[in-house]
Design a protein around this ligand. Sequence first.
Ligand SMILES: N[C@@H](CCC(=O)N[C@@H](CSS)C(=O)NCC(=O)O)C(=O)O
Length: 293
Amino acid sequence: MNSITLRFQPALACAWRVKTTSSSRRIPALQLRFCYGVSSTDHQPPVKTNIRHYCSRMDQGQGMLFRQLFESVSSTYTYLLADTETKEAVLIDPVLETVDRDIKLIDELGLSLKIAVNTHCHADHITGTGLLKRRLFGVKSAISKHSGAAADILLSEGDSVNFGKHCLNVRETPGHTDGCMTLVTGDQTMAFTGDTLLIRGCGRTDFQQGCSKKLYKSVHEKIFTLPGHCLIYPAHDYKGQTMSTVDEEKKYNPRLTKTLEEFVDIMKNLNLTRPNKIDIAVPANLVCGLHDV
Ligand SMILES: N[C@@H](CCC(=O)N[C@@H](CSS)C(=O)NCC(=O)O)C(=O)O
């Protein structure tokens, strides 16, 4: 079992003492444009999303800061989690175009970003991980070892990503891709499901290493076995939904409440168009979103 503990790494601790504040860790670089727009999937009505920069939800009362951030072109959620005492932070699924926003927030909150983790090798947008590594001193990238992507930390089942007194435990949930993971907080109150489980939906299984049987098994064995009150935070939502719970999805998910055979049939007939950016996003994400990082 591989535990990525941030607090006690001597090399990093030394680096932090030299570079005392999070803003001093910044490396000035690219000016990125914010993109706002309209997003949709084929089978869902388009939703105008340009009024929402991000939504937020604060603190479970356990000394954990939590923010849900939104990128409106790819309808991607990025999640910022931090220990309110040590200020160590983790970012889940950052997007290239919103790196400036993320760095600004991290600075404003006085946090020190330690790990930028991707729940899988995304096909619809380029990850912000590489640029974050370039812009913020000491940030490590992380992704599943089954993703085939390069990163500083290659995660697998049972590993944990620690930030201060908090942690995210890795559950491998293949199906949308082979390297999909769900990250679960130590107290099992929050699960970051990537594209494995979406709110009242799930990730498509028609490209990369997609397999609907694997996805069904992953959801039923690794997510639906979490406590019913565990909050579900997906990597995308195309309808403005922000969160769900295990109990809700077990009851109301129109795909995953079906039998395996019915599910496979539903997934075969989604008829979704290929993501617009797939041909640039996948090769870029295999190298952390940027070459030479
Ligand atoms: N139109 C978007 C892509 C939308 C899409 O395919 N979303 C994926 C997750 S990102 S690879 C998905 O699994 N959707 C499942 C669903 O039921 O919508 C674009 O061009 O980027």
